[in-house]
Design a protein around this ligand. Structure first.
Ligand code: SF4
Length: 652
C-alpha cells in the first residue's frame, strides 16, 4: 500500500512523499513524482528517514527520572504526574509558573492546538520570539503590509538572482532546478554570504560582507545606485513612502564607509550595485542568517528598499523574497480568548529571562518539538537555570540533550504515525500528511498527549474531534478556493491560488498604501552586540549541515565521529601558527570548546565557521559559546553576534 504524506521538517521545501507500507510497517519512502515543486526527490535525510523511524534508540515508552537514569512508566502514571504538577504549580503561583516551550520540530499545523490547552489552563510563561526567522518576518510585514513571495515558477523569469544569505544547495534544494533554469536562460547569480556556501557553485560571483553588516552593504549599494542614476524614479514616486528620509540615510553610506564597515572591496560593491540595478528583472532571495544579528530586522528592511528603489517589486522575475506565508489561509487553532496569566520569555535570551522572573518562580516546564538545551544560546547557563525547575516534561522521539535534562519524557509519534496539515514557506502548496502506520511502541501524537493532560485537568477543548476533523475545521477558509479535506485526501497537495507575483497591482496593505521604505524611519545599520577585537579577533557564525536538520538526525551520525570541524581561512590560521587538522580551542567571552581545524580558502579571514546542531555527547553543543542577545525586531535571537578567538587546544 502506498500512503501519500508530506515532510514535516522545518525546511523551505515541504516535499511530497510516498510511503510504502507492508504488514503495518513503512518499508520505503520516496519523493512523489506528482508534487509539482518537489518532483520526486527528497534530501538525503528524509530519504533515509526509516533509520530514524525504526532506530533502536527511538523513545517508545514514557520515562520517569530516577537519579541519573530513567525508568519506564505507563501513560496513566506519566499523565497523572504531569497533571498533578500543573495543578500544583497553578495553585502555588498561578498558571504562568509553568513554562511552555515548543518550536518547529514538526511543522504540522495541528501542533498549534496546544495553545487551546494553555488558554483553558489559564495561561503560562511562553517561550516566545524565535531562534529562526522572526526579525525578517516582522521587517517584511512592516515594509509591505504583509508577507508575500514570488511563486517558485517565477524564478526562471529573473535575469539576475541574488542569493542573499540563502544556501539553496543545502537548505532549499528544490529551488536549485529553478535557478538552473534561469541560468540556462542567461540569468546571472550573485551570492551574498560571509560564510563558505555550497551555493557558490551556482554563482557567477560572491560578495562576502562581514557578519552583521548586511544593512550597511544594502545602504551602500543604494547610494551607489542612486548616485549613479540607476534607480527607478518613476517607481519610487508611485510606490515608495518616506523616500526623503531614506535618501538621507542612504547617502551617508559612501563607497569608502560601506567598504570599511562590510569589508567588501569598493570594486565589488560597484559591480554588484550595477548588476542589481541594471540587469532586470532582478530578484533577491534572502536566507535567515542575516537577521540573526542585533540589526537583523533593519538589515532585511534595507534589502527590501533595494527592491523598491530599482522598481523590482511587483514585476515578474523580481521581488525581495524571504519566507512564504501566502498559503496559510486557515482557521486558527490556538486559543482566541484572553489568557488570564501570561508571561513571555525570549527563546534567544532564555536563561537570562527565566532568571529575571525571580529565583524559583518557574515550577514546571513543558517542552515539545524542540531541543532548547542545545539550540538556545548560552546553554551552560541554561543548564543551571533548568536544574532549578522542579518538574520538566519533554515530548520527544530520542533522548536529546533536552530530554536528558527532563524528569518525565513522553514518546512522541513521528509524521508517519499521525494525520497532519502542512504549508510550505517556499511554495504555495497545502499538503495533507496521512498517517501511514500506527505509532510504534506507546508513542502518541503530541495532540493526544496534550489531550491526556487536559482531560485530567477537566479541560475539554481538545476533545470531540479527530485529527482529520481538526484539519477539516482548519481548512474551512480554504473552501472558497476549492481546497477541502476531501480534495486533499484525493490529491495529497493542492496549490493555494496565491498570485505568482505579489503586488503586481501596486497596492500594498500598509498605512500609506505604499512600501514603507523610509517610514516611520529608514533602515539603519546597527552594529552586532559583539565585534571582534584584539582578544577575540574573529566573528563566529554557524550554519546548517546537509545531513542534519537543526539538531535532528545528529544521533544517526550526520557527520563523522570525533571532534567537530571548525572552518578557518588558511592565512588566518597561519598567522596564529595553527596547522590544518590540528585540535584547537575556540574561545569566547562565555565559554570555550575544542574543534578540529579545517582550512577553507572560501572563508573571510576574520570569520570562523562551524555547523550547528551537533549533540553534546558527540563533542557538540556549540551554542555554549554564544551569549543570549536579541535582534531589533520580532524577539529574534541574535545568535550570530559572537566574537571569538582560536588557539591550540592545550593553551588554557
Ligand atoms: S527536509 Fe526539506 S528537502 Fe528534505 S524531504 Fe523534508 S522538505 Fe524535502
Amino acid at each position: 500500500m502506498i500512503v501519500r504524506t508530506a515532510c514535516p521538517h522545518d525546511c523551505f521545501d515541504c516535499c511530497g512523499i510516498e510511503a510504502e507500507v507492508k504488514d503495518g510497517a513503512v518499508v520505503a519512502l520516496k519523493g512523489s513524482q506528482s508534487h509539482p515543486v518537489t518532483r520526486g526527490f527528497l534530501c538525503g535525510k528524509v530519504q533515509g528517514y526509516l533509520r530514524r523511524q525504526y532506530s533502536k534508540d527511538r523513545l517508545l515508552y514514557p520515562l520517569r527520572r530516577e537519579g541519573s537514569s530513567f525508568r519506564r512508566i505507563g501513560w496513566e502514571e506519566a499523565l497523572d504526574e504531569v497533571a498533578c504538577g500543573l495543578e500544583r504549580a497553578r495553585a502555588l503561583k498561578g498558571p504562568s509558573s509553568v513554562l511552555s516551550y515548543s518550536d518547529a520540530g514538526s511543522m504540522g499545523y495541528l501542533k498549534s492546538l496546544e495553545g487551546r490547552f494553555w488558554g483553558e489552563f489559564g495561561g503560562a510563561t511562553f517561550a516566545s520570539g524565535s531562534l529562526c526567522s522572526a526579525a525578517g518576518l516582522e521587517a517584511m510585514a512592516a515594509d509591505y503590509g504583509r508577507i508575500g513571495q514570488h511563486d517558485p515558477e517565477d524564478i526562471p523569469n529573473s535575469r539576475l538572482i541574488a542569493l542573499w544569505g540563502r544556501n539553496p544547495m543545502v537548505t532549499n534544494i528544490h529551488m536549485v532546478p529553478y535557478i538552473r533554469k534561469a541560468k540556462e536562460r542567461g540569468a546571472k547569480v550573485v551570492l551574498v554570504n560571509p560564510m563558505p556556501s555550497e551555493s557558490e557553485a551556482l554563482a557567477d560571483y560572491a560578495v562576502k560582507p562581514r557578519p552583521g553588516s548586511d544593512a550597511a552593504l544594502a545602504l551602500g549599494l543604494a547610494r551607489e545606485i542612486i548616485a549613479s542614476d540607476m534607480h527607478d524614479g518613476g517607481y519610487i514616486g508611485r510606490h515608495v513612502e518616506g523616500y526623503a528620509s531614506y535618501l538621507e540615510e542612504a547617502m551617508s553610506w559612501t563607497l569608502g564607509r560601506t567598504s570599511d564597515v562590510t569589508g567588501v572591496p569598493v570594486e565589488d560593491i560597484r559591480m554588484f550595485a550595477r548588476d542589481y540595478a541594471l540587469v532586470k528583472p532582478a530578484s533577491i532571495w534572502l536566507g535567515f542568517g542575516l537577521q540573526r544579528h542585533a540589526g537583523g530586522g533593519n538589515a532585511v528592511r534595507a534589502v527590501n528598499a533595494l527592491g523598491a528603489i530599482t522598481g523590482n517589486i511587483g514585476r515578474p522575475g523580481g521581488g525581495v523574497n524571504y519566507s512564504n506565508r501566502s498559503s496559510r489561509v486557515l482557521n486558527p487553532l490556538g486559543y482566541e480568548g484572553r489568557m488570564k496569566d501570561v508571561k513571555l520569555v525570549w527563546k534567544g535570551r532564555l536563561a537570562d529571562d527565566i532568571r529575571a522572573l525571580g529565583d524559583g518562580f518557574i515550577e514546571m516546564a513543558v517542552i515539545a518539538r524542540s531541543n532548547p538545551m542545545l539550540q538556545c544560546p548560552d546553554t551552560e547557563d541554561l543548564e543551571r537555570v533548568f536544574e532549578k525547575i522542579p518538574l520538566k516534561v519533554v515530548f520527544e522521539h530520542f533522548m536529546t540533550d533536552t530530554a536528558k535534562a527532563a524528569d518525565i519524557v513522553l514518546p512522541a509519534a513521528t509524521f508517519l504515525e499521525e494525520d497532519e496539515l502542512y504549508c510550505s514557506y517556499f511554495h504555495n502548496y497545502v499538503s495533507l500528511g496521512r498517517k501511514a502506520v500506527e505509532p510504534l511502541g506507546e508513542a502518541r501524537p503530541d495532540i493526544e498527549i496534550m489531550k491526556g493532560m487536559a482531560e485530567r485537568l477537566g479541560i475539554g477543548c481538545l476533545s470531540g474531534r479527530t485529527a482529520l476533523e481538526w484539519i477539516r475545521y482548519a481548512l474551512e477558509p480554504m473552501e472558497a478556493y476549492g481546497i477541502t479535506l476531501d480534495r486533499l485526501m484525493d490529491e495529497g497537495w493542492v496549490r493555494f491560488p496565491a498570485p505568482m507575483v505579489p503586488w503586481q497591482d501596486g497596492k500594498f496593505p500598509t498605512a500609506s498604501g505604499r512600501i514603507m521604505v523610509g517610514s516611520p524611519a529608514p533602515p539603519k545599520y546597527i552594529p552586532p552586540h559583539e565585534l571582534p577585537d584584539k582578544e577575540y579577533p574573529f566573528y563566529l557564525i554557524t550554519g546548517a549541515l546537509r545531513d542534519r536538520l537543526h539538531s535532528q538526525y545528529d544521533n544517526l551520525g550526520a557527520d563523522p565521529a570525533g571532534l567537530q570541524a571548525v572552518y578557518v581561512h588558511p592565512e588566518a590560521a597561519r598567522r596564529l601558527g595553527l596547522k590544518e587538522l590540528s585540535v584547537v580551542e575556540v574561545y569566547t567571552k562565555h565559554a570555550a570548546m575544542r574543534f578540529l581545524m579545517v582550512f577553507d580558502d572560501r572563508m573571510r579571514q576574520d570569520v570562523i565557521y562551524a555547523h550547528h546542531g551537533r549533540w553534546k555527547d558527540r563533542n557538540g553543543g556549540i551554542n555554549r559559546l554564544i551569549k543570549g542577545y536579541l535582534a531589533d525586531m520580532g524577539g529574534q535571537g541574535a545568535l550570530y553576534d559572537c566574537a571569538a578567538g582560536i588557539r591550540p587546544s592545550e593553551v588554557r
